[in-house]
Design a protein around this ligand. Structure first.
Ligand SMILES: Nc1ncnc2c1ncn2[C@@H]1O[C@H](COP(=O)(O)OP(=O)(O)OP(=O)(O)O)[C@@H](O)[C@H]1O
Ligand SMILES: [Mg+2]
Length: 595
């Protein structure tokens, strides 16, 4: 007898659901996309317990006739494509006919819908994929879908759902993205009886951005059309201060996507414009002719495939670079003085330390891949974040830091850089970055022992924030507590801050928390506690460190250099910026023809 049997339909649906429905936010994404395809003008999303108990999406779209309402729950039943050719140029968000049956197979499911102009509607109920009832029903024109007790029949999958706060945060993020992309549609998101987001219909993306994020003078507009590709959007301007991370929203033909080509093009443009490590805030909308992009390549449609990948890369890179308005990054160059004026022959300094890579002292690998002594090799610094620094540091084979001589400060250049010397050369140290590095080390070191000291605020600080950021903070209240922050929800759009780390100057506290919220919101939740702690430490250090354009006494300079030495001369800041540049003795002597 053969061994193969055909799976029953409800089991097949559950398996399909494994791909389409990951968590409450993915149910919401599918339902909202259906509402958008149905030409809704207003969409209301209601959730309870992070969507685990209840998800309801209501729209005022075209609705369905009774027969369609019944059919919509069958697998591969769709109104959006009819023949294979249609797959080549999909203009709707849906096309597989899988979303509704998938979610109905893993929940208590209710669909109530009334086609426009029809006197009455239909209600269909399904439990765990089994049709319970189909009835005539009242209700307004449009469609309402309720998904309750997600995965109740699949305990193994239910276990994988995160805390209510974490699922709610993801829901806010998803709805924010959808709202951003469809400004002409009104969105309301209600979580646990509270309105988390409310965006009435507006005319443009910039109006929607304003509804979601308030006034944003720190964003610059991107606009470009080239090779049949149109790009529009807003991206973080290059700024000395302020967050280097932010939400990255990329939409292709009004679909939220994660695309490596586009992400790389953005990264490229920013890293040429500045050597600050960034994962900048971007809201970019690409319009590509539908026959030049395949949207049918990913189970949750989170990825697309471009026919001309390198063209897309180039167009995005240029668009972003133009918007940033910068040429190539400046290089530190020594120009021998005998070169004829007007025809300088720039020479890069091989001995300049562009940022070595060190493990931190509190990590398990107390090793470094270089020192300040002679023969230091420069290492690319541009994209070296803390994490990659550690990975690479751990692979290093250089001996530990030995015999580091103290650097003697000579003075400050433009109240921003410390000029210092030792026997082996001249060092230019970015005072803010160096101090930040020192504080970061100290904070991480202390954290391994006990929570940081905290200072109670005389008057609690009430901060207004967008929902996703607020939730990013509140859901990490415990981790923040270890740093001395006390943060709690305060109702409306606000959080209340009652205590901050003792190392943080009072006047920095608001901007520190805003940056933190922004940073944590952009942080992938999968990254875990350790990475979250590092981020908080890095931002706390950044705000507590001496600033650029700030005069320092010799004592303070010596202190910073001494502390820096104690941290094994870590040469990148927690954000990955170089701490110091170095001109070696050999380089100086060579250029003066002394050797
Ligand atoms: N909110 C809605 N308003 C009107 N019709 C809807 C709505 N939601 C679903 N439908 C109808 O039900 C059909 C099935 O929806 P479903 O989401 O399962 O598949 P799809 O959108 O066609 O494709 P995909 O699986 O890619 O989302 C749709 O093609 C559409 O005709
Ligand atoms: Mg759909």
């Amino acid at each position: 007898m053969g061994r193969i049997t055909r799976l029953p339909e409800d089991l097949a649906n559950q398996i399909a659901a494994g791909e389409v429905v990951e968590r409450p936010a993915s149910v919401i994404k599918e339902l909202v996309e259906n509402a958008i395809d149905a030409e809704a003008a207003r969409i209301t999303i209601t959730t309870e317990y992070g969507g685990k108990k209840l998800i309801r999406v209501e729209d005022d779209g075209i609705g369905m006739e009774p027969g369609d309402a019944r059919l919509s729950l069958e697998r591969h039943a769709t109104s959006k494509i009819r023949r294979a050719d249609d797959l080549g140029a999909i203009v709707t968000l849906g096309f597989r006919g899988e979303a509704l049956p998938s979610m109905a197979s893993v929940s208590h499911f209710r669909l109530r819908t009334r086609a426009r102009g029809e006197p009455s509607g239909t209600e269909v109920r399904v439990n765990a994929g089994v049709l319970e009832s189909v009835m005539e029903a009242g209700g307004p024109e449009g469609t309402l879908v309720e998904v309750s007790d997600l995965f109740y029949n699949l305990p193994a999958r239910r276990k994988f759902l995160k805390s209510d706060a974490a699922e709610s945060a993801q829901i806010s993020k998803t709805v924010t993205q959808l709202a951003l992309c469809y400004p002409r549609i009104g969105f309301v998101l209600v979580n646990a009886g509270r309105k988390v987001l409310s965006c009435p219909p507006v005319a443009s993306v910039s109006d929607r951005l304003y509804q979601l994020y308030g006034d944003r003078p720190d964003l610059v507009e991107v606009q470009r059309e080239s090779g049949g590709i149109r790009i529009h959007g807003y991206i973080a301007a290059l700024a000395e201060h302020g967050p280097t991370r932010g939400p990255q929203h990329v939409f292709v033909n009004r679909r939220i996507v994660k695309d490596k080509t586009i992400a790389h093009a953005i990264f490229d443009a920013y890293s040429v414009a500045s050597n600050k490590e960034r994962s900048p805030e971007v809201h970019l909308f690409l319009e590509v002719p539908p026959d030049r992009v395949d949207v049918n390549v990913h189970p949750t449609k989170a990825e697309v495939r471009f026919k001309e990948q390198s063209l897309v890369h180039e167009v995005v890179r240029r668009a972003v670079a133009d918007a940033l308005g910068r040429g190539p990054a400046p290089e530190l160059q020594l120009r021998p003085s005998d070169v004829m004026p007007g025809r300088p022959i720039p020479q890069a300094i091989p001995g300049v330390l562009g940022g070595g890579v060190y493990t931190t002292r509190w990590g398990p690998n107390v090793r470094s891949t270089g020192g300040l002594g002679p023969g230091v090799q420069s290492t690319q610094v541009q994209s070296t974040g803390v994490q990659s620094a550690e990975v690479r540091g751990a692979e290093g084979h250089a001996p530990g830091v030995v015999g580091l001589r103290p650097l003697i400060p000579l003075g400050q250049f433009r109240d921003t850089f410390i000029i210092a010397i030792d026997d082996e050369g001249i060092a230019i140290i970015d005072q803010h970055v160096a101090h930040e590095r020192v504080l970061f080390e100290r904070i991480m070191q202390r954290l391994t022992e006990r929570p940081l000291e905290s200072q109670r605020l005389l008057v609690p600080l009430i901060l207004e924030m967008p929902p996703a950021e607020r939730q990013a903070l509140v859901s990490r209240a415990d981790a923040l507590g270890r740093f001395g922050f006390e943060v709690e929800e305060f109702g409306g759009d606000t959080v209340k801050v009652t205590a901050i780390p003792a190392v943080l100057p009072n006047h920095e506290c608001e901007s520190a928390l805003r940056d933190l919220a922004n940073d944590l919101e952009g942080l992938d939740r999968g990254l875990g506690v350790e990475e979250g702690l590092k981020r908080i430490a890095a931002l706390t250090a950044c705000h507590a460190a001496v600033k650029a354009n700030y005069p320092l006494t010799f004592e303070k300079m010596a202190h910073i250099l001494e502390e820096l030495r104690a941290t094994a001369y870590s040469t990148v800041c927690p954000h990955g910026r170089p701490v110091m540049l170095r001109i070696t003795r050999r380089e100086v002597e060579k250029n003066f023809d002394r050797i």
